[in-house]
Design a protein around this ligand. Structure first.
Ligand SMILES: Cc1cc2nc3c(=O)[nH]c(=O)nc-3n(C[C@H](O)[C@H](O)[C@H](O)COP(=O)(O)O)c2cc1C
Length: 204
């Protein structure tokens, strides 16, 4: 299933095709493919090139490891994420390595790495779905995540599946159009709240 962005201005096709499905195919994702996704994450930019990300990965190839990670997700996410062949948790390091001071941008940088991973996934015919709905404390305990590292977001990924496999409420969300605020609402020029002049001149 495709859920291409309905863009007001042209963007790259890869970006337009990315979306967050809940229906995944049973098709396994081989380890080399998972490595490519993580390699894409690795090449994200980061503040001071500190690369404050770590990833915990579990695939269905190892059912025990998979259910350990699945068990860290909130029930509402487990319902659909159990179908995905790969689960991950991205973890952010809170302080800089080079001076030990708080890294205000660590969440930002982990987000960049995750988006790199997601776009690489789309380029390879896969899709990834981020989840805030997981128990960070449980991840910390189950995997021995050290102090100063924060489990930030869980990710389910795999090849796209049939939305018909989802419960009715999720099926509806799966097929609903994707929506975004217009640029006018969040791109400002002279003052906060005053949209940037270029937008007015280039109104769709
Ligand atoms: C940090 C983050 C947390 C999210 N948490 C959840 C979640 O717990 N459960 C869920 O179903 N979707 C979750 N999503 C997916 C968003 O709902 C989705 O990205 C948003 O609705 C836009 O849809 P799109 O990705 O298909 O464009 C999350 C996305 C992000 C980036």
């Amino acid at each position: 299933m495709e859920k291409r962005a309905a863009c007001d201005h042209s963007i790259d096709d890869l970006l337009a095709r990315r979306w967050s499905p809940r229906a995944f195919s049973e098709r396994a994702v081989d380890a080399e493919t998972v490595c490519s996704l993580l390699e894409a994450a690795r090449w994200a930019p980061s503040c001071f090139n500190e690369q404050p990300w770590s990833f915990i990965v579990a695939t269905k190839e190892n059912p025990e490891a998979f259910s350990k990670l699945l068990g860290c997700l909130r029930e509402a996410n487990q319902i659909w994420a159990r179908q995905a062949p790969v689960l991950m948790v991205a973890v952010a390091k809170a302080a800089f390595d080079h001076n030990g001071k708080p890294n205000r941008h660590s969440g930002h940088d982990v987000g960049l790495a995750v988006e790199n991973l997601m776009l690489q996934a789309v380029s390879m015919g896969l899709f990834a779905h981020a989840m805030a709905g997981f128990d960070a404390g449980r991840v910390r305990e189950a995997y021995g995540v050290p102090e100063g590292h924060d489990p930030l977001v869980a990710i389910a990924l795999g090849y796209p599946g049939d939305p018909g496999m989802l419960p009715d409420d999720l099926k509806e969300r799966e097929t609903a159009p994707r929506e975004r605020k217009p640029l006018m609402r969040f791109v400002f020029g002279r003052f906060w709240g005053n949209s940037w002049e270029g937008l007015r001149e280039n109104r769709p």
